[in-house]
Design a protein around this ligand. Structure first.
Ligand code: URA
Length: 196
């Protein structure tokens, strides 16, 4: 079998035809950031800006996400960001189960390559396909689950925060939980120090 490498991943996403979403896109959006990051963030799927640029989380929600990370002293370039599906669903609809399932092969490969210690699941779609299909994000956000040594935290999607400001306080609590976990695990010592 061919060795799993970033080159293979890039090629596999670029040539993927496993579902119909790629029929109507400008660019695939595989994900980007530090490919050796201890922290991975997973969203739902590319929107219009992401589809135009081929980059994850570059629109309004992405800019909010960048500010949220900066608030806990994490520059965006130091994390890895990707989505459940790598092609924009029409009208930004939620990916269909068969689309998310088809794209799982790519997410599995990139998780294997990044080997994150902590994964933040942005919104219900990411949480359901990664952690548990029965998750309700309002009920289950902010709770840590450990799987095979990887800590996972579901939280609100930044788009939800843009639509409903009242969710921001809970999202901020989740960012504090994230920061505390990164410190506990001694990740990013140059940025987070011993947590004082
Ligand atoms: N929303 C997502 O879930 N992902 C993006 O990349 C942009 C917006």
């Amino acid at each position: 079998m061919e060795e799993i490498t970033w080159e293979l991943f890039d090629r596999q996403v670029e040539t993927c035809r496993l579902c119909v979403l790629c029929a109507n896109i400008h660019h695939k959006v595989p994900g980007q950031g530090d490919r050796q990051s201890p922290l991975m963030l997973i969203g739902e799927g590319p929107g219009r800006d992401e589809d135009e640029q081929g980059l994850a989380f570059v629109g309004a929600a992405g800019q909010l996400l960048t500010r949220m990370l900066a608030a806990i002293h994490l520059p965006r370039e130091r994390v890895y960001i990707c989505n459940i599906v790598k092609c924009r669903p029409p009208q930004n609809r939620v990916p269909l189960p068969e689309e998310a399932e088809a794209c799982r092969i790519h997410l599995r490969m990139q998780t294997y390559l990044v080997r994150p210690k902590v994964i933040v699941l942005l919104g219900a779609t990411a949480a359901r396909y990664t952690l548990d299909p029965n998750i309700r994000i309002t009920r289950d956000r902010g709770k840590w689950t450990e799987r095979k040594g990887v800590w996972m935290l579901p939280t609100f999607h930044p788009s939800a925060l843009l639509r409903d400001e009242t969710k921001k306080a809970a999202a901020w609590e989740d960012m504090q939980r994230l920061r505390d976990k990164l410190i506990e695990l001694k990740l990013y010592p140059d940025l987070l120090g011993s947590g004082q």
